[in-house]
Write a protein of this length. Structure first.
Length: 317
């Protein structure tokens, strides 16, 4: 028998979970279809701005897992080194995403969405589920996007970020968060983020078109980063097994909604143009889509900031 829900959300990452949480606050009973069994890992440095907690209407002290607080970042910009005063957090995505989905307190079914058909009254998913409102929160390769948003010009390669990272237990020697911008000619940046409970996250992200122009692979830059971390005695002797992932930076103009199908988070391509920050935009878009359904109003993502940098700088008084 077909399972009928007024709202179905495909994907239970930060975008989908935030959308479900807001809908539940207004007495909706959305169903999340999520292909992975939570808790699941997600390649991500796990850096969070204070805005994330504001959007979630909670205080960081209420976060039940390890939360690292950074008052400064150690930056290297084209080889020039300085400390940037800031106020930021870091979490482990395996914990954060589970917390978000638990907090939403909605029905979640483990199901990989494959085939979606439009009907006169909504959308049928894999012949098993039917909904009036369909939210695509499935990340970079979201099937809602692929099925219904084909009219959007295909993603431009200068917006495509390819990334490699690993999160692992390590006897932390350096408690600073390091960011290396354009180091060794990288068209992007690399990071070292120490976390709570003895984990560190090491990663690198670069524009796909920039790498093509330089005729150099991300792997070559990754190998250089690993060497540099060892030389600086930040991480040595770790047998790296990094994961690769790609996602899109914010696009200039694209409809986030067609009929009753909505795109949120990475499915829409909302990460900031300068830092590739995607968690806050994912959450904000999830809340905006939910508000559009709840209040029967237009869904727009125009209010979501396109750049991270201004909010990173904390001026000392
Ligand atoms: C290496 C790396 C580092 C990053 N570091 C940061 C950072 O430090 N800070 C930051 O703000 N952003 C960072 N980002 C970006 C951030 O990870 C994403 O923007 C964010 O996860 C987007 O959230 P989302 O909910 O839209 O998508 P996702 O987190 O990708 O969640 C999508 C969910 O949909 C599920 N799904 C996918 N397909 C289907 C399907 N067919 N059926 C059912 N379920 C499906 C997936 O299993 C997943 O749970 C980083 C990205 C990368 C790649």
């Amino acid at each position: 028998m077909m399972i009928e829900r007024e709202v179905i959300i495909e994907g239970g990452g930060p975008a989908g979970a935030a959308c479900a949480w807001r809908l539940k606050q207004y007495q909706f009973s959305p169903l999340i279809l999520e292909k992975s069994n939570f808790p699941r890992a997600k390649p991500c440095a796990g850096w969070l701005t204070p805005k994330v907690f504001e959007l979630l209407e909670t205080d960081p002290t209420n976060y039940p897992f390890g939360l690292t607080h950074f008052n400064s970042f150690k930056i290297s910009l084209l080889g020039i080194k300085f400390r940037l005063s800031t106020h930021q957090y870091a979490i482990r995505r395996i914990e954060f995403d589970s917390w978000l989905i638990d907090r939403a307190d909605v029905e979640v079914r483990q199901h990989q969405v494959r085939k979606i058909e439009k009907t006169s009254s909504g959308y049928t998913i894999d012949g098993l589920f039917h909904t009036k409102f369909l939210i695509g929160a499935g990340g970079t390769r979201c099937p809602v996007r692929q099925n219904f948003f084909k009219r959007i010009p295909s993603h431009q390669s200068d917006r495509l970020i390819i990334a490699k990272e690993e999160e692992f237990r390590y006897p932390i020697k350096d408690k600073d968060c390091h960011l290396w911008f354009f180091e060794n000619g990288l068209p992007g940046y690399a990071w070292y983020v120490p976390k709570m409970d003895g984990y560190v996250n090491v990663g690198i992200g670069a524009s796909a078109s920039g790498l093509k122009k330089k005729e150099k692979t991300l792997n070559a830059y990754w190998n250089q980063l690993v060497e540099d971390l060892a030389t600086a005695k930040i991480v040595n002797d770790h047998p790296y097994q990094p994961l690769g992932y790609s996602y899109y930076l914010r696009e200039a103009s694209q409809p986030p909604q067609i009929d009753n199908a909505f795109l949120i988070g990475d499915a829409l391509g909302l990460a900031t143009r300068d830092m590739g920050e995607g968690i806050a935009p994912a959450i904000e878009s999830g809340l905006l889509a939910a508000d559009a359904i709840i209040h029967n109003k237009k869904y727009s993502t125009c209010s979501i900031p396109r750049f991270s940098f201004p909010s990173l700088i904390r001026l000392r008084s």
